[in-house]
Design a protein around this ligand. Structure first.
Ligand code: PMV
Length: 312
């Protein structure tokens, strides 16, 4: 049996602006993950690949599944990347504890776990850049114009400073950062949110370029703070980013309620995370305040909270 996992992710700063070339910072969320297990099927004809993905109700032989679905797609693309040769018969079982359609990178994590498990099982492990590129190609089918930040952070499993078209910069946080993630429970379509921002940017490019500049500047300032361990000082940066994202129209009443609740409970700062219009928010807090923030989020309607620690 070959097992590979990939974590969830949260965007700390720079969502949406990253689609327009500004930097973003994303962190892995190791408390949740996607898992892919490959098991040999002795006796079955070589080339047979059986897929079992109970979370999304997908089961059957790869050759009979819709090749446009993300799971068959990443399997086919990975086999193609590994080159010609007959694959021994195998079953691949895919599960994930990452909430779906909530801005936590579940799709990218599933792709990364599958590409890794399959390539390792076949004795041809892929380099991280290759794994990330395979996951990016699948993201592109489903999200239109993804920036590539999701596949990058879940592949490296480290905080990443990311700018589209440039090599990602994984970095270490000096110290430990506590984030409480609150899920509104409202499914959010990244493609729809990105499409809406694009439409508004077309109508008012000057205003939106200013928003993107402001968000990118916050990412740059945050990188310096994280690398020097000045975690508390990030709080006001998260709050500023939330103000800008709200002006851009990608927050939502449910997100605003959770952000206010986290701040009132003592968080250093809070903002939506990911595409917005639903999905998740993050709150940055000192460790002793984490439980209070978590309870406040639940009382304010979060359907799920995750406390994640990033850094040493
Ligand atoms: O997949 P999500 O919800 O984390 O959104 C990704 C962040 C965006 O900047 C909105 C889109 C992108 O491709 O970077």
């Amino acid at each position: 049996m070959t097992l590979a996992t990939a974590p969830g992710k949260a965007i700390l700063l720079g969502e949406h602006a990253v689609v327009y070339g500004r930097p973003a910072i994303a962190v892995p969320v190791n408390e949740v993950c996607a898992r892919a297990e490959v098991i040999s099927l002795p006796g079955a004809a070589p080339g047979t690949i059986v897929v079992d993905a109970p979370d999304v109700g997908l089961a059957g032989e790869l050759s009979g599944l819709d090749p446009g679905h993300p799971i068959p797609r990443i399997l086919l693309d990975t086999l193609h990347a590994l080159g010609p040769g007959l694959t021994p018969a195998l079953t691949i079982r895919v599960t994930s504890s990452i909430p779906m359609a909530s801005g936590m990178g579940s799709g990218a994590a599933v792709s990364v776990a599958i590409a890794r498990a399959l390539s390792q099982h076949l004795g041809l492990p892929l380099a991280p850049e290759q794994v990330s590129a395979l996951a990016f190609a699948v993201e592109r089918i489903h999200h239109g114009t993804p920036s590539g930040v999701d596949n990058t952070v879940v592949t490296y499993g480290l905080p990443v400073y990311f700018r589209r078209g440039e090599a990602p910069v994984p970095f270490e946080i000096a110290g430990r950062m506590h984030l409480v993630i609150g899920d509104t429970g409202i499914a959010s379509s990244t493609a729809a949110a990105v499409g809406m921002v694009r439409e508004r940017w077309r109508l008012d490019p000057q205003a939106y370029e200013r928003y993107f500049d402001a968000l990118g500047d916050l990412s740059d300032r945050a990188l310096g703070l994280l690398e020097s361990g000045r975690i508390a000082e990030l709080g006001p940066l998260l709050d500023s980013a939330q103000d800008v994202l709200k002006q851009m129209g990608v927050s939502s009443p449910a997100l605003d309620v959770l952000v206010s609740a986290a701040r009132a409970a003592g968080a250093w700062g809070a903002k939506l995370s990911g595409a917005g219009m639903g999905g998740t928010m993050i709150a940055l807090a000192a460790e002793p305040e984490v439980e209070r923030v978590r309870q406040a989020l639940l009382a304010a309607g979060a359907v799920l909270t995750i406390h994640t620690q990033v850094g040493k």
